[in-house]
Design a protein around this ligand. Structure first.
Ligand SMILES: [Zn+2]
Length: 130
């Protein structure tokens, strides 16, 4: 997926604002190009996991539809662990969506990585930033 540094920064800003809890949302775009970030309320409001609030998720999907975009990825933050899928992420993965994780484990060097999680198998996905 191609993504601008600005969108990466928006994801990290969301992660910082929602500390100490994890944040989540969708990345929408066309083809393999990310075009927008859509924040979604973390219904769990937890530092250890997230669950997209169903109503907020539907609102985001409507906006994405209206913009003529597709949902390319779901993103969430890790507050105290690396940008790598946790066992919970593997268990709750949406196999049709790329999983983008923003880690604030080191607040001075936020790390954003992307993965596919299919049939419990984790594969790193390429993020082309620029
Ligand atoms: Zn996670």
């Amino acid at each position: 997926m191609r993504i601008s540094q600005q969108l990466i920064d928006e994801i990290v800003a969301h992660a910082r604002e929602d500390l100490p809890n994890e944040c989540c949302g969708f990345i929408s775009g066309k083809g393999d190009e990310a075009l927008a970030i859509h924040r979604i309320v973390n219904g769990e409001a937890s530092p250890y996991r997230y669950m997209m609030d169903k109503e907020d998720q539907m609102r985001a999907e409507e906006k994405i539809d209206a913009a003529g975009h597709d949902v390319l990825a779901a993103y969430h933050s890790h507050t105290k662990s690396p940008a790598y899928p946790s066992q919970t992420d593997v268990n709750l993965s949406m196999p049709h969506l790329m999983c983008v994780i923003a880690s604030l484990q080191d607040l001075t060097i936020p790390e954003v990585r992307a993965f596919w999680i299919k049939e419990k198998k984790i594969t790193e996905a390429e993020l082309v930033v620029g």
